[in-house]
Design a protein around this ligand. Structure first.
Ligand code: SAM
Length: 498
C-alpha cells in the first residue's frame, strides 16, 4: 500500500512547494477550524492543517493513495481528527461546512487538472460563508522563448534516424503537444505577461471555457523563437506566494513549453501575438496561436497548434458537450453578419466597403481593410457574385470591379429547395437530411445573442424552417462550430460569465 505514495515523491521532495504550503496553512487555519483537503494525495496538506490546530480535516482523494494517507495519519498521531473519503470531490457530500479548503490540484500550466471546476464546486458546497481558500488565486503567465534544448528534445529528435529508420513523420505532429521543461531565464525573449488571473473565490465550474486570451509581446533581444513558455504564480495566503516561473527556484511544476511549427529568427522590436485557449471537455484541451510581426508590420510567421492532435475547439464537440454554452457574436461576427445582411443583389462591392467603413471605423479604417473583411466574410458563404448579365465565382471577386453586385444565392440548381422568406433556405440533397444552404447559416446568426443555448437555437431553427429538430441539428452545430473556429463567436473565460 505504501508503494502508492512513491508516485507522489517528486511533489513531496519539492521543498519550495512543501514549505510554501506549510507556511500558508499555518497562517490560515485557526485552532478549532474545520478543513477540507481537496485532492489530499498522501495527506500532506491535511497534516499541516492538523498541526495548525484544525478540529476536523476531511481529506477527499479519488485514488488508492488515500489508504497510504490514512496510515500516515495514524503514524503521525492525527487519526482522530482526520476523516478520509475516497471519492471524486464532485460526488462527495460532507456532514458539515468548512472554514478552510486547502488544495493543490494545480497542473504544470495551472488549469489542466480542472482546478477551476473542482474548486468552484467545493467552494459552493463545502465552504462556510466567509471561509478561506488556500490558494486564494493563481495568475497564469506566458512568454515567448528561445529554447533550443526543449525544441530539440521535442521536435528535432524525430528528424534524426532511429536505429537507421526514418521517423520524421512523427515530428510533424510533435509541435501539437505541450511538454514540460525547465526553461532557463535567459531563454525569455520578452517580459512575461499574465494571461489569466484566477480568483478561486469567483471561478466558475463545469462546462466553462477555462482560458481564452490574447497577449502581445515586444521582443527585447535578437534570438530564435521556438515557442511559448507557460507557468503560474499562486497566492497561497496573504504572505505566501508560490512562483513556478523560469526566474524562480525550480519546482516540481517546471514550465510548460508550447512549441511552434518551426523556429523563427526574431530581432528587438518584433511583435509576438499569442493566444492561449483551454476548454474542458472530459480532459482539458489546449490550443495556442502565435503570430510574429516585424517592426514594419510584415508577418514573419503564423502558427496554430492544438493539443490532443486536433483543434481543441474540435468545434462540434465544444458546442455539443458544453450544455451552458450560449454563443454570442464577437465583433468580427457582427461585421460578417452585417455584410451578409447587406448582400441583397442590389448592393455593390464598393457600397459594401463604404458601409463597413462607416459602421465599423475601428476595424475598417481604410477601404483595403474593409475589402479584407468582405473577402473573409463572404468566402465559402457566397458561391457567386453577380454582375449584370453574368455570374462570377467568388474567387474572381478580387479582380472584379467595385461595381460588382453581391448577393447570397437564394437557389441552387442541383437541389430541390424550399425558399423561406428571409432568402435563406433548407434543401434536401438526398431527400432525407435537411441542410442550411452553403454555410450562410440563415436564421442561426440572429439567434446567437449570448442568451440562447445551442439547444434552444436548434429548436427555434426547426420551428422557423418547419422541419424536425433532427434535420437541422447537425447543420446548426456545424455552423456554430465553424464560426467558433473563425473566432466569430465570443468564448468567455471563467469568471467573466456567459
Ligand atoms: C497534485 S496532487 C496533490 C496531493 C497532495 N494534496 C499534496 O499536496 O501532496 C493532487 C491530488 O488530487 C487528487 N484529485 C484531483 N482532483 C480530485 C478530485 N476532484 N477529487 C478527488 N481527488 C482529486 C489526485 O488524485 C491527486 O492525488
Amino acid at each position: 500500500m505504501m508503494s502508492t505514495c512513491l508516485s507522489h515523491k517528486a511533489m513531496l521532495e519539492d521543498e519550495v512547494r512543501v514549505s510554501a504550503y506549510r507556511q500558508a496553512i499555518l497562517e490560515t487555519v485557526r485552532p478549532g477550524d474545520v478543513v477540507v483537503d481537496l485532492g489530499s494525495g498522501s495527506g500532506l496538506l491535511g497534516f499541516f492543517a492538523c498541526q495548525a490546530g484544525a478540529r476536523r480535516v476531511y481529506a477527499i482523494e479519488r485514488d488508492d493513495i488515500i489508504e497510504c494517507a490514512r496510515q500516515l495519519a495514524a503514524a503521525n498521531g492525527f487519526q482522530d481528527r482526520m476523516t478520509f473519503i475516497q471519492s471524486n470531490s464532485a460526488s462527495t457530500t460532507l456532514p458539515e461546512k468548512a472554514d478552510v479548503i486547502i488544495f493543490d490540484i494545480l497542473g504544470h500550466f495551472c488549469i489542466e487538472l480542472k482546478v477551476t471546476h473542482f474548486v468552484a464546486d467545493a467552494r459552493e458546497r463545502f465552504l462556510k460563508p466567509g471561509g478561506a481558500l488556500v490558494p486564494a488565486r493563481a495568475e497564469i503567465f506566458l512568454a515567448p522563448v528561445e529554447a533550443f534544448d526543449a525544441y530539440e528534445k521535442q521536435i528535432g529528435f524525430w528528424n534524426r534516424p532511429i536505429g537507421g529508420l526514418d521517423y520524421s513523420m512523427v515530428g510533424t505532429a510533435a509541435p501539437n503537444y505541450p511538454s514540460v521543461h525547465l526553461i532557463p531565464p535567459q531563454g525569455l525573449l520578452a517580459t512575461p505577461l499574465c494571461i489569466e488571473d484566477l480568483d478561486f473565490y469567483a471561478v466558475q465550474g463545469q462546462g466553462r471555457v477555462m482560458l481564452n486570451r490574447e497577449v502581445t509581446f515586444v521582443v527585447e533581444r535578437e534570438g530564435t523563437l521556438h515557442g511559448l513558455a507557460g507557468w503560474f504564480e499562486a497566492q497561497l495566503s496573504p504572505n505566501v506566494r508560490l512562483s513556478t516561473g523560469p526566474a524562480s527556484r525550480p519546482t516540481v511544476w517546471s514550465q510548460t513549453f508550447f512549441p511552434i511549427g518551426e523556429p523563427v529568427p526574431v530581432v528587438e522590436g518584433d511583435v509576438v501575438r499569442a493566444r492561449a485557449m483551454a476548454i474542458a471537455i472530459g480532459q482539458v484541451s489546449l490550443e495556442w496561436r502565435v503570430e510574429i510581426l516585424s517592426t514594419d508590420g510584415a508577418s514573419k510567421g503564423r502558427f496554430k497548434h492544438p493539443s490532443l492532435g486536433r483543434g481543441f475547439l474540435g468545434r462540434q464537440d465544444v458546442v455539443l458537450r458544453m450544455p451552458d454554452f450560449r454563443p454570442e457574436l464577437s465583433q468580427g461576427g457582427q461585421i460578417a453578419r452585417s455584410i451578409l445582411d447587406w448582400c441583397d443583389g442590389e448592393v455593390t462591392l464598393r457600397e459594401l466597403t463604404r458601409r463597413l467603413q462607416r459602421q465599423f471605423p475601428e476595424q475598417c479604417p481604410t477601404e483595403e481593410a474593409a475589402r479584407r473583411w468582405v473577402r473573409a466574410s463572404l468566402r465559402g458563404r457566397v458561391e457567386m457574385v453577380e454582375r449584370p448579365g453574368d455570374l462570377l465565382p467568388l474567387e474572381v471577386q478580387e479582380t472584379a470591379g467595385s461595381d460588382t453586385l453581391v448577393r447570397i444565392p437564394s437557389h441552387h440548381p442541383q437541389v430541390t429547395s424550399r425558399t423561406v422568406d428571409d432568402g435563406t433556405f433548407v434543401f434536401k440533397p438526398d431527400g432525407s437530411q435537411a441542410t442550411l444552404l452553403n454555410g450562410v447559416g440563415g436564421k442561426v446568426w440572429e439567434l446567437m445573442d449570448g442568451e440562447r443555448s445551442v439547444d434552444e437555437i436548434v429548436s427555434q431553427c426547426a420551428e422557423f424552417y418547419q422541419v424536425d429538430r433532427g434535420q437541422v441539428q447537425e447543420d446548426v452545430l456545424a455552423f456554430v462550430g465553424q464560426l467558433l473556429e473563425q473566432e466569430m463567436i465570443v468564448l468567455n473565460p471563467v469568471g467573466e460569465g456567459q
